[in-house]
Design a protein around this ligand. Sequence first.
Ligand code: ADP
Ligand code: ZN
Length: 753
Amino acid sequence: MIVRVATEIALNKFFDYEVPPQMERLISIGSRVKIPFGHREVLGYVTEVIEKTTLTAPSGEGMLPGTEVPVKLKRIIKVIGEQNLITPKVMALAVWMAGYYCCSVEVALRSLLPKMVCREQEGWKKQLYVRYNQGVPEPDKLTKRQKEVLDFIQQKRELPLTQLTTEMGCTSDIVRRLEKTGKVTLAPLKVLRDPYANLELIPTQPRKLNSAQETALRQIVSAMDAKDRGQVKPFLLFGVTGSGKTEVYLQAIAHALEKGQGAIVLVPEISLTPQTVERFKARFAEGPLRTQVAVLHSHLSDGERHDEWHKIRKGNARIVIGARSAVFAPVDPLGVIIVDEEHEYSYKQESEPRYNARDVAVVRAQKEDTIVVLGSATPSMESYYNAQKGKYTLLTLPHRVDNIKMPGVRIVNMSSEMRMEGVPQFSTMLKEAIRLRLDEHQQVILFLNRRGYATQLQCPACGYVAYCPYCSVALTYHRRECLLKCHICGYQVKAPYNCPECNEPGIRYKGTGTERVEETLAKLFPLARIRRMDTDTLKKKDDYQKILRDFGLGKIDILLGTQMITKGLHFPRVTLVGIINADISLHRPDFRASERTFQLITQVAGRAGRGNEEGEVIVQTFTPWAPAISYARDHDYVSFYEEEIQHRAELFYPPFGRLVLITILSQNEELLQRVAEELRRQIETRVPAEALHSLKGPVPALLERAEGYYRYHIQIQTRKMSVLSRHLFDICQEFRCPEEVNFTVDVDPVNMV
Ligand code: ADP
Ligand code: ZN
């Protein structure tokens, strides 16, 4: 048996190895293996099982494809794990990813497995267990103490050594002595690390669906039962906030389980709250469909992630719920993939490989002949366009369940709030509305997508603005710590009392952040219990959960936060949502700014009035006529889409053309410019014209400098991504880039800055 192996040592090259007969049984596509490589031993993945090597070798090494000369191949040293770690279908997915996202296969393989799973050392946590040996006769010469300990072990049959020593107050010596008699055995056993062990589950039953839910589920289920599932189109489940999308997911998953298949549920990292996890675990906690639900996200420890992953690989957990990388989870067979909040930007990975988990989910479903459901209250322009074009099947849940009304949205034009001393943070309407809710003992959520106290420190006398010395952005003032901080690189410096340039003492802070709003709130409503939630207030791992729990228990009246409070939260006592400044996201220099703003307002507004009381939303803005704001007021996604799609068409932006953004970085700007120009020339001459709709740049990026590096962009629009990607990959491989210059290629970029 001969296999082809990819290693991270040599990118874009594959090497053939012979498999020793005793290992043949253990090896297949996706196996992790240890191989000799030059003078070293390294790890790699089996990408192919082949009949006969076509490689040539001067030294008998595994070699590059090319000639027919048979060579003596080196042998695999060892197989890691009891099974192939990557299923052949996921391997095929990685190969697709490499081609599409313009990276090597090895780089694509890198994100497939948790770190501890692909290591050579075993990742299991072991603990010493003491076991009582029933059949062995009891030794006669035991001390009283030994007898006591032995009796205790007999009672328990088997228990961790540490538990025994603490509960009995004995030393491990005494246990060792008992071990010598043969009456007990000490052996290391695997212990599973379960991050959700303390979650209390109250099993739930499927709810009776309303007719819209029923129709949606019926279509999904009949697709799951279809003979040629490979031909089934992805579903786009477009359901307003609170319309019961999750219930549809749960019942679709139940159907997969009935068929003996599993499911992957992707949710944005930020909404992987215990609230969400519990909903899935509780549904499948008992009954005939009982299964474990594994959870994968970045806040787990490496060990926990290792154990969750193996639960899935071994089939002990049939359902996995997780963030981005869970799209690669080894669920097999896979009955359905669900991507909740499919419009979320966090599905895009911002480091190599720069994949979008939603799009990978669609391709995985194709490759595995399975069903994929993308769900959202505010579908991405791309997905809704696909539904319009008939590439996706649209399923709609137009109403909230139980006839709960959508919250009324009121827009406040902040220009008319202008006073002598400027524009206040709170309009009269919002202030009054908060007061009313507090009087009624209801809860309020306030949203401002900007942390810190003030976004800029400016001197009124000389106009000096404090900038980061390493990045081309103004420093943000954090009042409590009395610091100026850079939100790009983390640089910080003590905030000055006087202007560093002209010594003017009346230095001013412009632009309001959450910290400042919190301060104002406390003055306006001294008796209210206010909590701020942003990355500055969340210091410890479980702070986020703790604040949400307190809010759920009614220990907080006003929850103020950045976008981390917009996602998937379900608190029935929230009747007012205030958006402090809707313009922040609207004026970002990004072609998605309008879409993003519409999504943010709709999602935050969706947190209001989910219980018996009607909800209200107040949006403060200087541009009430902007489509993103006025259509959000009317909960009118379709009209927003129809207007926005025209702008996209005019400029050939997605979903019409696809984009590639190349970022070139260096501390040496002159050299950077030369290299960037050369890169552009290469692209111009080597990429076929059919794959180059437009080619712009190099120009300084919007964020011109970050962490001391100058940044330039080249932007390509194309209608043939696969052609472009293939040529770009070759160009990048062969491009002679000086050491001081780096560049990255981002296919379907989300971050345009
Ligand atoms: P979405 O995911 O669309 O925001 P959810 O699935 O969270 O909506 O549903 C909102 C609330 O309605 C949840 O408390 C859920 O348990 C409940 N719900 C969903 N479907 C039904 C139904 N058919 N009958 C009664 N309650 C339902
Ligand atoms: Zn900086």
